[in-house]
Design a protein around this ligand. Structure first.
Ligand code: DO4
Ligand code: MG
Length: 275
């Protein structure tokens, strides 16, 4: 089952049919038994056409927070070490990759997050920028993962590379994150072979492409949830980006007008343009 947030309400997709749910987004995404309630929810819904998901919003409730984890894949560790060599920050990335405690950071309030087909931004004071395609967990207030979505953790590598203490500025600004297009609701873990793919096009030409399977992640998703939830409560649930395993080479930077496509098996494709 997939859930889409739209301004007409929540759309449920099941077996290629679409239904307008009779419940609010906030109650559905904070329900530990959401997957088990599928038939009951469909029974209480109204059938609609696929047009209902033409314009979707980011799948995050107004009172939810977006967190992120980092340096969870070898490629991210190596990329950060390269970018922070001159500042002397490289060791921090090597250490966090091996440490018991993962890197977890607050990424965004909902108003800085854009949905599918929305515009992400690069900071005006940044010279080196990348998208970070990340499997994103949808977690209830009790800490249960009820589904998955696709995330783009937009990042300024020039600001982050200058000094690791600038991380919040490299990561958090208006339109710094994209989520969507839907939440894939399941009671199963995703298969380890699940692929995350990133494609970046400029003036309709493909200029970067990469793929990584989620079994390359050094941490488990449960481990990441348990650290984020250790000393923080989330009364409405929370979304957690799980880190990037795809980092374009040092000669690549995003430009205004670029199109970013992120695909994750079973979930779909998140499409955004850079403003
Ligand atoms: O340590 C910097 C951020 C890491 C990150 O966002 C990632 O690995 O995805
Ligand atoms: Mg990231």
């Amino acid at each position: 089952m997939k859930l889409y947030k739209t301004n007409a309400g929540v759309i449920i997709e099941s077996n290629s049919k679409f239904y307008l749910a009779n419940e609010s987004w906030d109650s559905l995404v904070n329900d530990d038994t959401l997957f088990q309630k599928k038939e009951q929810l469909i029974q209480a819904s109204t059938i609609v056409s696929s047009e209902a998901i033409k314009d979707v919003e980011a799948p995050i409730g107004d009172k939810q927070e977006l967190w992120a984890c980092g340096v969870t894949y070898l490629r991210s560790k190596v990329g950060r070490q390269e970018e922070s060599k001159a500042s002397g920050g490289a060791d921090f990335y090597a250490k966090v990759y091996e440490a018991e405690r993962p890197e977890c950071f607050f990424k965004s309030t909902p108003h800085r997050v854009v949905g599918n087909n929305g515009f992400v931004r690069i900071r005006k004071d940044s010279t080196w920028d990348v998208p970070e395609p990340e499997l994103t967990l949808v977690v209830t207030s009790s800490g249960k993962i009820i589904g998955y979505t696709i995330g783009n953790d937009m990042s300024s590598r020039s600001i982050e590379g200058e000094n690791p203490l600038y991380l919040p500025q490299a990561k958090t600004y208006d339109a710094c994150a994209a989520l969507g297009p839907c939440i894939y609701v399941t009671d199963q873990s995703l298969p380890p072979s699940t692929n995350i793919s990133l494609q970046i096009s400029r003036r309709k030409q493909l200029i970067f492409e990469g793929t990584i399977a989620i079994d390359q992640m050094k941490r488990t998703v449960d481990e990441l949830v348990s650290f984020v939830y250790r000393e923080c409560s989330f009364p409405y649930g929370c979304l957690i980006m799980t880190g990037t395993g795809i980092v374009p080479g040092s000669d690549f930077t995003l430009q205004s007008g670029d199109e970013i496509n992120i695909t994750i098996d079973n979930i779909g494709t998140l499409v955004n343009k850079v403003k």
